[in-house]
Design a protein around this ligand. Structure first.
Ligand code: AMP
Ligand code: MG
Length: 320
């Protein structure tokens, strides 16, 4: 076997060594660790039960965009890697003793090379949470409290590291409640690129409500064609940091929404059966990107400044 590496690999290898050895890594990781610790503390305070993540399953998030498909085989059955735990969150909440859950969930989404930008990785983590019988407003105020808790905690415990890297703590000074905008209103004001423009103009996080996307986000039947879902947008141009929604849980509605986007029912036949039996609870929740919040807190140029190994889409060869 040839054990000599080629020039392209040498170049990539040297990049890896440089990235792993960069002096600011310790501070970046300490801040990320404190973010996760503050989130854990807040969840415990709010009686949200922590669940361990799954890494593979027969069904996973259908996503709203195209990614390279993966398939694993186990015991003659097809599995996918976890793109998010959305369906499992709903299923877990069938348990009558569980009302509120969260997972620090590693996700693999083999993003296309076009997503080689400042905010996409093909492997990342999200703090994924879901509450039984919650409505959009309940989740939005939960998010406001969570983010406020984390930012105050960081200002107290990590100000030195944050000032060293971000240059200031100003971006962590936020109001108790965040502005709420509807996508259709911002579209009218700024056009196609409304999310980015509004984020660049803002100095505090805000919510963006109503997105046409995956079948599991609940349609507002009082205003058909609009949805009870939301994103948290980081200000200063850092854009989307979290997505969530009230969920469809009724059998008929799930079928309507699946048919609308041409989602094959076969893969979801067991999930549909659960809904048909009326077992799927009414829930709402969201997922907060861990690397994205770390990037915002440290005001880093790109999301890969947070990671140790290169996980940017389309940057071959990957060495480790
Ligand atoms: P989603 O529900 O698909 O919006 O994912 C939830 C959150 O995970 C997003 O709001 C982001 O913060 C984060 N996220 C999603 N995809 C990626 C990705 N490819 N790289 C890094 N973070 C991501
Ligand atoms: Mg999203």
């Amino acid at each position: 076997m040839k054990d000599v590496i080629n020039n392209e690999e040498i170049e990539a290898l040297e990049k890896v060594v440089k990235k792993v050895k960069r002096p600011e890594l310790k501070e970046i990781l300490s801040v990320q660790q404190q973010i996760l610790r503050a989130i854990d503390e807040f969840m415990i305070k709010e009686d949200v039960t922590r669940v361990m993540p799954l890494m593979m399953a027969p069904i996973t998030d259908t996503l709203n965009h195209d990614v390279e498909e993966t398939e694993l085989n186990y015991c003659g059955q097809k599995f996918d890697v976890m793109k998010s735990m959305i369906f499992h969150k709903q299923l877990i909440l069938m348990n009558e003793g569980l009302e509120k859950i969260y997972i620090v969930s590693p996700n693999i989404r083999l993003e296309r090379p076009e997503r080689n930008d400042t905010r996409h990785l093909f492997e990342f983590s999200q703090v994924d949470f879901e509450f039984k019988n919650a409505k959009m407003d309940d989740v939005l105020s939960f998010i406001e409290k969570l983010v406020s808790y984390v930012f105050s905690d960081l200002k107290e415990k990590c100000s030195k590291e944050i000032i060293n890297i971000a240059g200031s703590l100003d971006h962590l000074n936020i109001s108790k409640s965040f502005d709420r905008y509807r996508t259709e209103d911002l579209y009218e004001k700024y056009g196609e690129d409304f999310e980015k423009i509004a984020s660049e103009k803002a100095v505090e996080p805000f919510f963006l409500i109503n997105h046409k996307r995956e079948f599991y986000d609940k349609e507002d039947l009082n205003n058909p064609g609009t949805y009870l879902n939301y994103d948290l947008i980081w200000p200063r141009g850092y854009v989307e940091g979290l997505s969530g929604g009230e969920r469809e849980f009724e059998y008929e509605r799930i079928l309507v929404r699946m048919d609308e986007i041409g989602q094959s029912r076969e893969l979801f036949r067991n999930y549909i059966e659960i809904a048909k039996r009326g077992l799927l609870p009414q829930t709402a929740g969201a997922g907060l990107g861990v690397e994205r919040i770390t990037r915002y807190v440290l005001q880093l140029d790109g999301i890969d400044d947070v990671t140790i190994f290169n996980r940017k889409p389309g940057e071959t060869p990957y060495i480790f």
